[in-house]
Design a protein. Structure first.
Length: 127
């Protein structure tokens, strides 16, 4: 058993973010190749009930990453991996940008006369 809770080494936020990014990109780039090749639920039901042939192509069916692959890359494993990594990066950039826009910020400049320390939530020490 480990010692008191205060004696455990702390993991920095940067290390945690980098580790999460590496894991997400590995899953997207490597594990995506092993995803099921069977149709999803809606496509399966459409095939079973006979209206699959009446489906129309999506307006994005000619996009560079349509059908979970990368247009112009002939190697299937590499094609799916690139699409997975770039899709994951796009989602992470969008989510990170949204988090930066919505995060809490320190006191506004007009509140600079306030004696409170925003990091501690109590009166700042006078030196």
């Amino acid at each position: 058993m480990s010692g008191p809770a205060g004696s455990r080494p702390r993991v920095s936020t940067r290390a945690l973010v980098v580790a999460g990014l590496v894991v997400a990109l590995l899953v997207a780039g490597v594990a995506s190749y092993y995803a099921s090749a069977h149709p999803d639920g809606l496509e399966h039901v459409a095939g079973e009930t006979g209206f699959l042939d009446s489906a129309e192509d999506s307006p994005t069916s000619n996009s560079p990453f349509a059908d979970y692959s990368t247009k112009g890359v002939d190697d299937e494993r590499l094609s799916v991996g690139i699409a997975g990594v770039l899709g994951t990066l796009a989602v992470l950039v969008l989510a990170g940008g949204l988090a930066l826009l919505l995060r809490r910020r320190g006191p506004r400049p007009e509140a600079a006369d306030d004696e409170r320390d925003p990091r501690r939530g109590h009166e700042a020490e006078q030196v």
